[in-house]
Write a protein that binds this ligand. Structure first.
Ligand code: SAH
Ligand code: SF4
Length: 373
């Protein structure tokens, strides 16, 4: 029997699993605090757990995050881990420090099946869903590695925010993502506020409704186009869930949302979606959806003919939205010197193993968090 990886069990599942082993209810809280709050992975170090229980756990359980292939630190404090998830698949986790917060960008899948035209992860194709333990493992590994080098906040943590904006479409891996979100919020695990955990989706409408019911965290929706014709091309999922349905889903999410707005992400593509007319059409689209816009300069990758809009175009686009009272932020690139914004390492590793040889331009972009106001 293979060992159960406890990083994959949320509070309810851990409690049930321990109860099945004949353990008392409080054991789950004890074990969870050792693992998630203190970063301990050896059961013999869990000193307030009864000796027999420690031996029992050591015989049938483990605490195992994905293996680190590379650990890179940027001059600006950004840190990136390249993690091995088996069969030649690598994923990325990126930490971005800011004055008032530390944000971790987490991956939810190896590759992605949505195939957005501007996204290098999408160009890689889809390998597989990550398991809960692999998603939580990114946070566990990063938080406890960072504590060795980075000042904690008053709660004793380094990571104050998590965004599911790494590789993959989180709502296409809902069953594994949901327990991971619950652990992020759990006071005996990471204790993050709902407002500081963000799921980013390309528009999985039915799962947005489920998320609202099951675990309403902050929501970012990758919009990228103001009309169906253009969005069908840029985000192929739009053919299944067009803009009307997506906007309705946003309106249904809002009463449950921990913040009173939806964040719309909009990648700025030169001559494609960045005209004044696009900005005005966006204003009509979102008239009754309280929202903020996050404009993301396109990160080019080899094999893509797309280019980023020039800075003055991004500013002009932003000012059309801002003139109607919408808060607009423009994302700035962080960790350039370690490719934290683009995942070139994941591509290189996959090339070498040949496991994902179907795509030559597979440089997944991860650009997160650092925002200019
Ligand atoms: N699949 C989810 C979350 C991961 S992508 C989603 O699409 O929302 C996270 C963000 O990065 C999305 O807004 C996505 O549109 C953006 N992105 C992807 N490729 C990019 C690129 N080459 N340049 C800039 N942003 C990109
Ligand atoms: Fe997948 Fe998001 Fe990339 Fe689209 S932008 S291909 S949904 S990871």
């Amino acid at each position: 029997m293979s060992a159960v990886n406890l990083l994959g069990l949320d509070a309810a599942a851990l409690q049930q699993w321990l109860a099945d082993l004949g353990q008392p209810r409080f054991r789950a809280t004890q074990v969870s605090r050792w693992i998630h709050r203190r970063g301990v992975h050896r059961f013999d170090e869990m000193t307030d757990v009864a000796r027999e229980a420690r031996a029992l756990l050591a015989g049938c359980a483990e605490v195992r995050a994905p293996a680190v292939l590379r650990d890179l630190q940027s001059a600006d404090g950004t840190r990136k881990w390249l993690l091995d998830v088996g069969a030649g698949n690598a994923i990325e986790t990126v930490f971005i420090p800011d004055d008032d917060r530390g944000t971790l960008c987490v991956s939810s899948q190896a590759g992605c099946a949505v195939h957005c035209e501007f996204c290098s992860t999408g160009h890689q194709g889809f390998s597989r869903n990550l398991q809960t333990a692999e998603i939580v493992g990114q946070l566990w590994l990063a938080e406890h590695a960072l504590r060795a080098t980075t000042p904690c906040d008053e709660s004793g943590r380094v990571i104050s925010n998590v965004v599911l904006m790494g590789m993959g479409e989180p709502l296409q891996n809902y069953d594994a993502v949901l327990p991971a979100l619950r652990l992020m919020l759990d006071d005996h695990a990471y204790g993050l506020s709902r407002r500081r955990v963000t799921v980013s989706t390309s528009g999985m409408v039915p799962l947005m409704d489920r998320l609202a019911r099951d675990c309403p965290v902050a929501l970012a929706v990758s919009l990228h186009a103001p009309d169906d014709a253009l969005r069908d091309r840029l985000v192929p999922l739009n053919r299944k869930y067009p803009l009307d349905a997506l906007m309705d889903a946003c309106r249904r999410y809002l009463p449950h949302a921990p913040r009173d707005f939806i964040t719309f992400e909009y990648v700025m593509l030169d001559g494609v979606n960045d005209g004044d007319a696009h900005a005005r059409a966006l204003l009509r689209l979102v008239t009754d959806v309280p929202c903020k816009f996050n404009l993301i300069p396109f990160n080019p990758f080899p094999g893509s003919p797309l280019r980023s809009s020039p800075p003055q175009r991004i500013r002009a686009f932003a000012s059309i939205l801002a003139a109607e009272g919408i808060v607009v932020t423009t994302r700035r690139t962080r960790g350039d010197d370690i490719d934290a914004a683009c995942g070139q390492l994941a591509g290189a590793i996959q090339d070498r193993t040949g496991a994902a040889s179907r795509a030559s331009a597979r440089l997944p972009r991860i650009e997160v968090a650092g925002e200019q106001r």
